[in-house]
Design a protein around this ligand. Sequence first.
Ligand code: F0G
Length: 447
Amino acid sequence: MTTDQTAITSRLRCIGCGATPDSVSQDFRCTNCGDLFEFVFPGWKYDPAALKDLWLNRRTSRKPLDQSGVWRFRELLPGIPEEHAITLREGNTPLYHLRRCARSTGMENLFAKHQGMNPTASFKDTGMTFAASSAHQGGYRWVACASTGNTSASMAAYAARGDMHSLVLIPEGKISWGKLSQSLDYGALTCQLRTDFDGCVRILNELVRQKPVYLLNSVNPYRIEGQKTAAIELLEQLNWEAPDHIIVPGGNLGNSSAIGKALIEMHELKLISRLPKLSIIQAHGANPFYRSVREFDGKKLEPMTAETMASAIRIGNPASWKKALKVLRATGGEVEQVSEVEIAEAKAEIGADGIGCEPASAVTLAGLKKLRASGFVKPGETVILILTGHVLKDPDFTIKFHRGDLFAGTPAEREAVQSKSLQRAPIVLDADLGAVISALDAADRNS
Ligand code: F0G
């Protein structure tokens, strides 16, 4: 079996017209039809048992590439020579049993794969290690992305580690401070544009046509390849027993495409014997994919002006919607939408399980409740929620929720009254032992 990563044969193929050019343009769009590219691996053949052994053995290796939860699975990735690999030991994220959430959703086997436990605290690192390495291999001085905050944080870190400069385009006032602070600290040139995420994408696409800047958004197929490994690692953690359902948040739809691609490839390679259903959840105010599937049977996607407090997924024109549609159909998954209050409540419930996540990740639990109610998910089935970002990414949201003012003055104010039981506001007391004991006793009576 090959362990030399440069020996792996891969090709880029257009998902629209099937073209397989030797090189692609800087915006990663097909010059024939304008669609996106994906990596294919002609003649791919492995002994599944030997692959599983090889990956397991690498867990004890001291080599940086083996310690990465992405590069450890390099047999399923396109070849990038080792000297270009930029790694922060990403991946290797935990799979947690969500005991309380399982009870409240009437499930027994509910787990979270927490991609927020990556080096820059979001799932983006798994794709970024690989795509930044491809920029390094291409000899680029500058890399760039448009972002709702997590891609930019991750890109800035990996660019710095690879001695490259990074340009970040983010919508002004629409990303969390935690994410903005990361991109500043990791040394990116950070431009806050007076537009939304989709406006930032438009400018960046023009920019890469004029300047020798390497695009690191998820239209870059190397990003998708790196992000595939979250699903491979998950299946390894489950001892290669496929779960019934995997549920992911949907924004620009790169992550769902990546996880779906990995599932399909693992199934083809006989690493797993059946396909889990991959379901995609969007916020009600940023639901172009939900509407595409439900209203137009996936025949078209109407861009929209997106609005949600889950700022990571405030995206109205998702680039990878056709790839996501393909994996949704191939795995038999569902698409759902959830309200702002449902997101906030689900986030507090995941927090109460001692895990926590950022708001965009919580759409998975909110979506699961809907999929349970519709009967799509059955009580005895095994469900994995992909939590995409760490709870500390957006502490503003968390504090406002627990203080009870997250929805003040918004149309959701009345609906939010029902969330009271989940709120745990801090109590301000005099520095007095008696006062603290009273607070403790009162809390004990109510618990
Ligand atoms: N969850 C979080 C925490 C995210 O940051 C994102 C996307 C998503 C879910 C959705 O993933 O776009 O692959 O469907 N964040 C991007 C960014 C857009 O710029 O950080 P997707």
